[in-house]
Design a protein around this ligand. Sequence first.
Ligand code: AMP
Length: 120
Amino acid sequence: MSDCIFCKIAAGEIPSTKVYEDEAVLAFRDLDPQAPFHVLLIPKEHIASAAEITPENSGVVAHIFEAAAKIAREQGLEKGFRIVNNCGEDGMQSVQHLHFHMLAGQKMGWPPFPPQKEAE
Ligand code: AMP
């Protein structure tokens, strides 16, 4: 996808701070970190969102989670981490290339959204 920012990062056309890379997956630091450790894991191939995962391309998702476990070992995240995928408009996805946020370095909050007011 020629106009996709994460495709450009995967191709090395836009700089990023890489944390992990192999033939199918890239992990790089988020520009606007929401935790002491915040990286994005992306497939190098363009998949627009989690809603576009199919039997043909789902293998890369397992590959991404393997990469996350490797990153956790390498970066000393033994206290744990959170992986988040935002999908679509309600999921507040802002970049239309599948990515997983890997957050660590503090205790996370739950739930990840403000409580909804009950309808009267
Ligand atoms: P989302 O809102 O789930 O689509 O997440 C997109 C994420 O990409 C946000 O956390 C942004 O801070 C991050 N982001 C956007 N552009 C870049 C970039 N060039 N390098 C690193 N992170 C970026």
